[in-house]
Write a protein that binds this ligand. Structure first.
Ligand code: BES
Ligand code: MN
Ligand code: MN
Length: 455
């Protein structure tokens, strides 16, 4: 497999330049302002897939942003890998915290800085380049189909129906995704689980209109105060979530499983230092690694109401709002949790306010097998290119479509990502190491090789 390194050495500057082209298109799926850019990115990705040598490349429409499809079918008796990635990115704001504009990628300290550099344009594009290398060298050992969607960051609401509709077209033996992290550049890992997500928005109404806080203050319910009290009631003093029946479906890990997962390298000191935290906090009885992977959480993502402009305005607001999300673990169901949240929120609301609750997107948690051919292929591929056996580790983030690949296509997923938790995805100054980008391109062909050999 010498050709892999030879190609990377020869063409790496072009690979990076091509990635920068994709990063310049602001494909923010959440913001209608960037609708055109999302369509343009799908177009650009389709060109990249064609240039790499994939066949039947098409931009397939959905009720939302399109899915880009491409394939190379070499022999129907060989296994088929379905590669999944997303071309949409998170909003870039707060813009003032970026050291360089989010959609004008720059390279600094061997890292590419841009929104989407790691999540997921950079990681998705590794697959396009790895396929280019395999195809150019006649070294693709099995069939491949690739889909790149444009709505992952807004919950993949249309993709579930899409894969159900195109079941036959997307039929595969395994799904391969690079949209997660490794522990460190010298500590490779394969992600073997993702948390689910239940995202809610609440509105609390006090008086029918904004009031003078002196004339009415003290006698009228303040909806912001009420909302804060209600949020405070969602966890107890041990950071245990107090929503009724919230933990009913949570699968507890055995002591052995917990012991194994806590053997992964982790330094609490470095963790605190990196985040400039004097201390951490979380559910009592669990370690940081456990709190961010095998345990569910609840967090306020945004809260607003009243006066937030310049200076001070004395006002007793009529309304308060919050976006509240819960990360879920097997076997919690996002739909069931949404209902439990709503019931609890209504139950704890003081009678003086009116509340309304709305569910945004959800996603189901997954655990992926470690005894499968595909896992072993990923393990061997990473061992080959990193020189170290990767550690299986459950991730804390969510990729909603993964559970549906299993439900609709009956296919398990391998989460072989190459990012780092410190890449600042979803944050200002998102970046992706050139080492990681090239290491991904180098590792992917080995996955194909070992998967086809062991299948
Ligand atoms: N790539 C991330 C998920 C991720 C990151 C998993 C790092 C594991 C480690 C993905 O793009 C993402 O951000 N997902 C959202 C899902 C949501 C918008 C439905 C998330 O986790 O918040
Ligand atoms: Mn992603
Ligand atoms: Mn993301």
């Amino acid at each position: 497999m010498d050709f892999i390194k030879q190609n990377i050495d020869k063409y790496k500057d072009r690979y990076i330049e091509e990635l920068l082209e994709l990063l310049r298109i602001p494909s923010v799926s959440a913001d209608p302002k960037y609708k055109e850019a999302c369509f343009a990115t799908a177009e650009a990705v389709s060109h990249k897939m064609k240039d790499a040598g994939l066949d039947n490349v098409e931009i397939m429409s959905t009720p939302g942003f399109p899915v880009v499809y491409g394939e190379k079918m070499i022999d129907k008796n060989l296994p088929t890998i379905l590669v999944y990635g997303h071309y949409d990115v998170q909003p870039a704001d707060p813009l003032n915290l970026w050291h360089s504009p989010p959609f004008e990628p720059i390279i600094k300290d061997e890292k590419i800085f841009a929104r989407g550099a790691c999540d997921d344009k950079g990681q998705m594009f590794m697959h396009v380049k790895a396929l280019e290398i395999m195809l150019e060298n006649n070294a693709l050992p099995c069939n491949v189909k690739m889909i790149v969607e444009g709505e992952e960051e807004v919950g993949s609401d249309n993709l579930g129906e899409f894969i159900a509709k195109y079941k036959e077209k997307l039929a595969c033996d395994v799904v391969l995704v690079s949209d997660t992290s490794i522990i460190a550049n010298d500590v490779p890992s394969v992600t073997v689980g993702l948390r689910g997500l239940c995202y809610m928005e609440v509105e609390v109404t006090g008086p029918n209109r904004d009031l003078h806080s002196g004339v009415y203050g003290g006698a009228v319910p303040n909806p912001i105060n009420a909302l804060c009290e209600m949020i405070a009631k969602m966890k107890d003093e041990n950071d245990y979530i107090t929503i009724d029946q919230f933990y009913d479906d949570v699968i507890e890990l055995s002591d052995n499983e917990r012991k194994a997962m806590n053997e992964a390298p982790f330094s609490l000191d470095d963790y605190k230092k990196d985040l400039k935290l004097a201390d951490i906090r979380g559910e009592k009885g669990y370690t940081t690694l456990e709190r961010t992977s095998i345990r569910p959480t609840i967090d306020v993502n945004g809260i607003w109401g009243g006066y937030i402009g310049e200076g001070a305005k004395t006002v007793l607001p009529s309304k308060a709002f919050a976006k509240i999300s819960m990360r879920l673990v097997p076997n919690q169901s996002s739909e069931k949790i949404a209902k439990l949240f709503e019931d609890y929120f209504i139950k704890i609301a003081p009678p003086s306010v009116h509340v309304s609750v709305k569910a945004h997107h959800g996603g189901e948690p997954v655990v992926t097998p470690t005894d499968s051919v595909a896992y072993k292929a990923a393990e061997k591929a990473m061992e080959t290119t990193f020189g170290k056996k990767p550690i299986p580790q459950r991730g804390g983030g969510s990729i909603p479509i993964v559970a549906l690949f299993e439900a609709e296509l009956n296919a398990k997923t391998v989460l072989m990502g190459f990012g780092l938790d410190s890449d600042d995805i979803h944050s200002p100054n998102e970046h992706y190491g050139i080492f990681n980008f090239l290491k991904g391109i180098e590792t992917i062909p080995y996955f194909y090789k070992y998967y086809a050999e062991m299948f």
